[in-house]
Design a protein around this ligand. Structure first.
Ligand code: SF4
Length: 66
C-alpha cells in the first residue's frame, strides 16, 4: 500500500496531477494542491498514480510505500 503526499513547499499549482487523479487532488484558494481528505489514507498503486508522480514537474507529488 502507498500513502500520497503533496509537498506544499514544492507545489507550484500546475494541476497536472489533477488530470490523472481528479478525485484525489484538491486545490486551495491560492491554487496549490493537497490530497483530498477522503483519499489521504493508504491506496493501491495504479497507473494513474504512477502518472501523477511522473508528471509533477516539481516532484511535489510523492508516494511512499508502507
Ligand atoms: S503537478 Fe505537482 S506541482 Fe503541479 S499542482 Fe500537482 S503536485 Fe503541485
Amino acid at each position: 500500500m502507498y500513502r500520497i503526499r503533496i509537498d506544499s513547499r514544492r507545489c507550484q499549482g500546475h494541476a497536472r496531477c489533477l488530470a490523472f487523479l481528479p478525485e484525489t487532488v484538491d486545490f486551495d484558494d491560492e491554487g496549490y494542491a493537497h490530497v483530498s481528505r477522503a483519499k489521504s489514507l493508504r491506496v493501491e498503486m495504479t497507473d494513474a498514480l504512477r502518472q501523477a508522480v511522473a508528471n509533477c514537474p516539481e516532484r511535489a507529488f510523492q508516494v511512499t510505500e508502507e
